[in-house]
Ligand binder design. Structure first.
Ligand SMILES: CC(C)(COP(=O)(O)OP(=O)(O)OC[C@H]1O[C@@H](n2cnc3c(N)ncnc32)[C@H](O)[C@@H]1OP(=O)(O)O)[C@@H](O)C(=O)NCCC(=O)NCCS
Length: 239
């Protein structure tokens, strides 16, 4: 579909609850670069290795559709803070996140910055940890919430902050307390840490009840449409 000049290109979010029992690692690995395979081999725990392999497999599948380049021929480079770039294509913004059992990626041709993060919704966050990433206002807001909403809200704040810091490319080198969020009609709004010249948009993405997924996008031409889909591995051999 052709994009009109005034219409911001959409943001595509893909969620993949891959099965660790599929026995497909070797097939996923085939589209990975030598560097990626070497990195995969360094993971001590199988779950972390599967998660890394699945993430890079997913990313390559998605970017192949956008570029027309086969997944295994795509070349990534990472900057000094670890943010990935696609060699030869400055137009595509993308971001990747992994958590236990889920990999998620966002791809957008029309954004200036893009970040995604996901966490399990049952992640236990201790009070001391909340203090280490929430601003004073956020801590007050959390403290007023009923206990049943507290965990979800604390994870939502964490994923929003991390998605924003990933969009900026600085990651947790920047203190997450400096990026503050509030809510407007249920939509997260960044109240601290924003750059006035930039138009930031933050969203919590509908996923499963097991995960919280947050997106940060900077686009001068307004918030692009967001589409979310569950990734299907079409290359999976039929039984
Ligand atoms: C970015 C960061 C918050 C990711 O945290 P995490 O919970 O471990 O991982 P997530 O699942 O959320 O995201 C992983 C992906 O983030 C991306 N990423 C890594 N560093 C990034 C950065 N600085 N900015 C944006 N994205 C980054 C990568 O694509 C990575 O995928 P990979 O594991 O396949 O390479 C963390 O790595 C960080 O703070 N990095 C910056 C600190 C730094 O400079 N480290 C030195 C690295 S060279």
């Amino acid at each position: 579909m052709q994009q009109s000049e005034n219409q911001p290109a959409g943001i595509e979010i893909s969620l993949w609850q891959y099965s660790e029992n599929e026995g497909n690692w070797n097939r996923w690995m085939q589209s990975l670069s030598t560097d990626e395979r070497e990195r995969a081999a360094t993971y001590r725990f199988e779950r972390a290795r599967a998660s890394f392999i699945a993430g890079r497999y997913l990313l390559r599948q998605l970017l192949s559709v956008h570029t027309g380049i086969s997944p295994s021929k795509l070349v990534f480079s990472a900057d000094k803070h670890g943010k990935l770039k696609l060699e030869g294509d400055d137009r595509l913004q993308f971001s990747l996140a992994n958590t236990d059992g889920l990999v998620t990626a966002a791809v957008a041709p029309g954004c200036d910055h893009l970040g995604i993060d996901c966490e399990r919704s049952d992640t236990e966050i201790e009070a001391a940890a909340v203090d280490s990433y929430c601003s004073a206002d956020e801590r007050r807001w959390l403290a007023e919430l009923p206990a049943r909403e507290h965990t979800h809200a604390a994870i939502a704040l964490w994923t929003l902050k991390e998605s924003h810091l990933k969009a900026l490319g600085v990651g947790l080198r920047e203190d997450p307390r400096n990026v503050g969020f509030s809510w407007n009609d249920g939509i997260p709004v960044m109240v601290d840490g924003g750059d006035r010249d930039r138009r930031w948009h933050h969203r919590l993405v509908e996923s499963s009840s097991q995960h919280v997924v947050a997106l940060a996008a900077c686009s001068q031409s307004g918030l692009p449409g967001i589409s979310t889909r569950l990734f299907q591995d079409d290359n999976m051999p039929s039984e």
